[in-house]
Design a protein around this ligand. Structure first.
Ligand code: DGL
Length: 272
């Protein structure tokens, strides 16, 4: 009964951490495509090819359900995968919808027409590819009306985190927040639309100030997965073991993962 978590690299560990805290008995197979990260500057075809290869590896590891814990892959590839690639009996879910449901105060699967919501000015921080896809705005428009979204492409942040250069990552976050605030001085809510960003969430919060509600994905995705598996227990696939797979160098990826999660993590080579 394993569930797969896919990410371009280390960022999805923030989702994995929240999932394992909420569902400690659930075996999880994590796949990080570290050799090809960051995805946020790649084109949609490239991201589709890489994402389908990684998700197939998770299916092969005994997962029937895979969470794309990567906003960039969710934005650039998920719809195309769901429309023509996902095999019978398998399911691939993204990370935008739980976030937008929280922002718009909707229950899971509430497909009623879009309506006015309390929040009116939303700052979106994401990778350049996620921002240019406008996938967030599209999903939001299905659920809410009258919400003004100002999006900031946060170039460089994922690379800095993947390299383990947290000082650079923090400096970049501060400058991206300042750039956004020049265009939207008083956002009510900020969406951290990249799974790497919870690793620098405190820097976002400090730069945004105390009046901005920050929506971060890991706990929202974990709650949504818990809810989904309660309603679809058959989606816990046949796999029995938790594993960490990477296309990168297992030793250096394990070291960085251990540093991020502050517990020992051992990655194996993914052999695609
Ligand atoms: N962590 C991913 C995301 O949520 C992708 C970052 C990247 O590879 O550029 O967007």
């Amino acid at each position: 009964m394993a569930v797969g978590i896919f990410d371009s690299g280390l960022g999805g560990l923030t989702v994995l951490d929240a999932v394992t805290k909420r569902l400690p008995d659930l075996p999880v197979v994590y796949f990080g495509d570290n050799a090809n990260a960051p995805y946020g500057v790649r084109d949609a075809d490239d991201i589709y090819d890489l994402t389908t290869a990684g998700v197939q590896r998770l299916f092969d590891a005994g997962c029937d359900l895979v969470i794309l814990a990567c906003n960039t892959a969710s934005a650039a590839a998920l719809r195309r995968m769901q429309e023509g690639w996902v095999p019978e009996g398998k399911r691939v879910l993204g990370v935008f919808v739980p976030l937008i449901e929280a922002l718009t105060e909707r229950q899971w699967g509430d497909n009623s027409p879009p309506r006015e919501v309390a929040v009116k000015h939303v700052a979106l921080f994401a990778t350049p590819t996620t921002v240019s896809s406008r996938a967030f705005q599209r999903e939001l428009a299905f659920r809410a009306i009258g919400v003004d979204v100002e999006a900031q492409p946060c170039g460089g942040v994922v690379d800095a985190i993947e390299m383990g250069d947290m000082i650079l990552a923090e400096a970049l976050v501060t400058s991206h927040v300042e750039a956004l605030k020049r265009r939207m001085p008083k956002p009510e809510a900020a969406v951290l639309g990249c799974t790497h960003y919870p690793l620098v969430e405190e820097v976002f919060r400090a730069a945004l100030g105390p009046d901005v509600a920050v929506y971060s994905q890991p706990d929202l995705v974990a709650a949504s997965l818990d809810d989904y598996l309660t309603r679809h227990p058959e989606r816990k696939g046949p796999g029995q073991d938790s594993q960490f797979l990477t296309t990168g160098n297992p030793k250096s990826v394990s070291n960085k993962a251990t540093q991020f999660l502050r517990r020992k993590i051992e990655f194996q080579s993914a052999d695609l």
